[in-house]
Design a protein around this ligand. Sequence first.
Ligand code: MEV
Length: 310
Amino acid sequence: MAVASAPGKIIVLGEHAVVFGQPALALAINLRISCRVRPSKGFLLNGTSLSERTHPYIFSSVQRAWPGGPLDIETSSGFPTGSGMGSSAAVTVACLAALSSAVGKGMEEKDIASQAFEVESQVQGRASPIDTSVSTHGRGILVASKPGEGFLWHIQKDTREWFVHHCEVPQLSFVVGYTGINAPTGPLVAKVKRYSDHTTFARDIIKEIGQLTVEGVRRLRANDVQGLGELMTRDHKLLAILGVSHPRLDKLVQASLPYSYGAKMTGAGGGGSMIALTDSPEKVAQAIRMKGGTPFLVRTGEPGVRIDQG
Ligand code: MEV
């Protein structure tokens, strides 16, 4: 038997643009998914037959990383699926790590991150390695188009490539506001791709998001929370222009702003969640609740994937 867990994430700046080679900054959060595997008579997931259609991430992880016989797989999650907090990446990373431990292999972060990215690309279609890399490494990561300080690993797909870096992040207080709407990532990424294929306007917005991220990393390193928050709010406006926000996300962002340095949607959008950077988490949580959202007061700086005691 083997058990592993991996954290969810928030993207502070750069989602969607990162799929097109722009930089992005993500932090692991203290909401985790765990996965336990043990030998069995048939392939089961949480008591039902493992199927490619209903459990594509686990199915593809097993196909790639498991050379042995049937398994009984159990997962448990500390946060909702499709909430923009990286549940598919976390379940994939935790499952790959549990399988690697069951095979008796050591756990190389780089291998888990690159296999998890392949799984996510296969299931989701076009993807960047941001979710899978932050869930593997934990703490903070910066994905960039060139190697630099804190370089961890390089990931390539077709003509696109990403350089993943460790990013040291001061203790910051974020509130996640979940809209209750689960929106799959693939169609939202495909929508931005269509928009950017057809208009220079969309391509310019994607570049501007990249510039915001570069500036945001500078502000973060200077501990300029005010400046970082302003960039986050601007990023939300740009993502809304790209068509990936949702009226409920906009409402939660607006409700959080009076008590925050900045607020924005996080992850793929279309529902899912928003984040607010704040010194008044309780006030933000209350504002989110008043508008019908579900707040999560999250801690950042969380470790990445780990093998747990069974
Ligand atoms: C989803 O959490 C982040 C996106 O940028 C997609 C990706 O990078 O694969 C929207």
